[in-house]
Design a protein around this ligand. Sequence first.
Ligand code: ZN
Length: 442
Amino acid sequence: MQQIARSVALAFNNLPRPHRVMLGSLTVLTLAVAVWRPYIYHPESAPIVKTIELEKNEVRSLLPEASEPIDQAAPEAEDEAIPQDELDEKTAGEAGVHEYVVSTGDTLSSVLNQYGIDMGEISQLAAVDKDLRNLKIGQQISWTLTPEGELQRLTWEMSRRETRTYDRQANGGFKMSSEIAQGDWVNSVMKGTVGGSFVASAKDAGLNSAEISAVIKAMQWQMDFRKLKKGDEFSVLMSREMLDGKREQSQLLGVRLRSDGKDYYAIRAEDGKFYDRNGSGLAKGFLRFPTSRQFRVSSNFNPRRLNPVTGRVAPHKGVDFAMPQGTPVLAVGDGEVVMAKRSGAAGYYVAIRHGRTYTTRYMHLKKLLVKPGQKVKRGDRIALSGNTGRSTGPHLHYEIWINQQAVNPLTAKLPRTEGLTGSDRRDYLAQANEVIPQLRFD
Ligand SMILES: [Zn+2]
């Protein structure tokens, strides 16, 4: 028997080390059960049991016998050292706890079934929590069995944050409980100077993609980040929830940007929105109509409009207002002109970008009053209405796009002018007084 054990040990030592460690850690307890139980339960085999009671190191070397032939060639001498550390740690855990790390192709039933847990129990588990059908690679599951070999408890570490436990109930079935780990919120200030792009410089300063998006969004009404120049400075105060040394989530508290020697601030208020240092809303409101008075709607927004001639779907991405030629057309919100030119069916037209989210377009104009790149304020005259392009009569075709999607201008949810007032404003200013001094550049 010792001969066999030695051969097994040799075979095991022939495996590459990572392989060895994995085999050992995944199978240590179940194999221990599989190998020993039969002997223990048959008293006449007692002498054999004795022979097999080896030192801990040797026990470990027995493990791969389930998957490896025992008659392998002798190993290289220098390969005989057995890694002590990892395996001992793994096995030192709670007695009788089986641990498993989910790998490619695993499902709950494939994992548990190979350890002899019957399908009936597995279905009972899955019935309690459908999420168990979506095990992900790298997640750890562990379980204990009753003395009768039935599943007693299963624990699933579904994320750094959440661990779910399923306990067998007296009346059969399982009960799920969930534990949510709370991290510590830590404030950090990241600062930097724009080199190439803001995104690259912000990454260098230690912000991740989600945090950079939050900064750009908070500043969108004041700053087009693509226009920042080399040497512009930024300082960001971020509150981060740290769990197991890793960033779980972040909340932007404030940002300061210095561009062309001018400072811009966006500071978070209790309501989750960002305001400037005086508590004024940064998202300026939109006009509902691009004219100073309201004109009759001659054609509605209709994404599924059929062309009466061709019978094909020809979406009407805006709303048409019938109006006399030469009516002043107004920018509905603060923004930047991104297009002002003549273009086929649209005739003379203007497109304005408002922050990151909104774009408005104005078509069939008679005369353009703005140029691409020009900054406009809400209510500024940008053109005179006309009848240019594919148009069957004097009208203004007006579109609003939200996140690259045309929406109905008559019903779209538009940014409103908001500022803080009363106690909200007082609370905000107190908060801003704490945040602003932290947003330094030096
Ligand atoms: Zn139209």
